[in-house]
Design a protein around this ligand. Structure first.
Ligand SMILES: [Zn+2]
Length: 349
């Protein structure tokens, strides 16, 4: 799923439209303020409905104002809206359509009626607008607001990205091998030993311990700083190597494990997990800079399942073998192959 925020300028809206939208902006602010004041004064509770709102806005817009006021109130408590507010309708109460001559129009209710108004579609929003017109995408609420003399609308479009022709590159990060990488369908992989990271950690830990006995706090902190710099330097090099590896394939998409919900006892939950988190961050922003998409995938059982048949396998040190299909391979590469094959969520730096 890709989510794109679209902001578009209305094309030459008539004077009567602008006048009505201006009025709607004021009424929208008043509705939100009415709700906040009512909750603060105890006039009504959070279950307030449009029946309590006495103004000319379409009820779909009043409803959205109540929703927004609720969210503002729970985050910020008593709120004073000083400016006119962008008025909004939920996804079901507005539409995007094309006229016979291909002009893209946005339709939404306001005060007196539904208005259908052309928007200016430039290249940067052409794709999501197309997807929406074709019915291949979902939209969120619509916001309408004024900037200077012009009127704009903004909304999100959600659609499936075109993933055909991409090469998934699965990345497993761990202690034994800091990087295990497989390009799915290409038969290419890369393994980087975790030896250097281990060496750095051991070296500085023993230094810290000896200083700890001597009670030298400042010296101990300096050792900590040095260790962090060494690891950071190493992570920069590792992420560069990975990007170079990924770049040799057509439309690479890098897939890594989603660290949310990583279970305890995995090497990710340990004291040194920040090394791994930092490495993921570096990979993500370097990939973004090179124009490579990054996805986070569910980490569940990536190292226990056979990447060929999906059965649970057995692991002995570096070796993984599948009792079901008989396939044996390097355990970390098996994990990275599993990661490469999973559908992920887009992720950004
Ligand atoms: Zn198998």
């Amino acid at each position: 799923m890709v989510t794109v925020t679209v902001t578009a300028k209305f094309h030459n809206p008539s004077f009567s439209r602008r006048k009505e939208w201006q009025r709607a902006s004021r009424l929208y602010r008043d509705t939100k303020q009415f709700c906040i004041d009512g909750w603060e004064n105890g006039d009504f509770d959070k279950s307030v409905t449009t029946a309590s709102i006495d103004n000319d806005l379409y009820s779909a817009i009043q409803n959205q104002a109540i929703r927004e006021a609720k969210s503002d109130h729970s985050t910020n408590g008593e709120v004073r809206y000083r400016e006119s507010q962008p008025f909004a309708v939920n996804n079901q109460n507005w539409e995007l359509d094309t006229t016979e001559n291909g002009t893209v129009v946005v339709g939404f209710p306001c005060v007196s009626q539904w208005w259908y108004t052309p928007i200016e579609v430039y290249d940067d929003i052409a794709d999501p607008v197309d997807q929406l017109v074709e019915g291949d995408a979902d939209k969120t609420r619509l916001q309408v607001y004024r900037r200077g003399d012009d009127w704009y609308c903004t909304f999100n479009v959600e659609y499936d990205a075109d993933t055909s022709g991409e090469t998934p590159v699965g990345v497993d990060i761990g202690e034994r091998h800091i990087l295990a990488v497989t390009a799915h369908g290409e038969g290419e992989s890369m393994l980087v030993s975790g030896g250097e990271a281990k060496y750095v950690r051991r070296k500085y830990r023993s230094l810290r311990e000896s200083l700890s006995e001597a009670g030298a706090l400042r010296a101990r902190n300096r050792v900590g700083d040095k260790e962090q710099r060494r690891i950071k330097d190493m992570n920069h090099k590792l992420s560069r190597r990975l990007i170079t590896f990924a770049e040799q394939f057509e439309n690479p998409v890098i897939r890594m494990e989603d660290l949310e919900g990583i279970r305890e006892n995995s090497s990710w939950s340990g004291v040194y997990s920040w090394h791994f988190h930092q490495l993921q961050q570096f990979i993500t922003y370097k990939a973004e800079r090179t124009g490579i998409r990054v996805e986070k995938v569910d980490a569940y059982h990536t190292s226990q399942r056979c990447s060929d048949c999906g059965s649970m396998g057995t692991r002995d040190g570096d070796h993984f073998w599948c009792t079901e299909c008989g396939r044996g391979r390097h355990a970390d590469l098996n994990a990275s192959e599993n990661i490469a094959q999973r559908e992920g969520e887009p992720c950004t730096a």
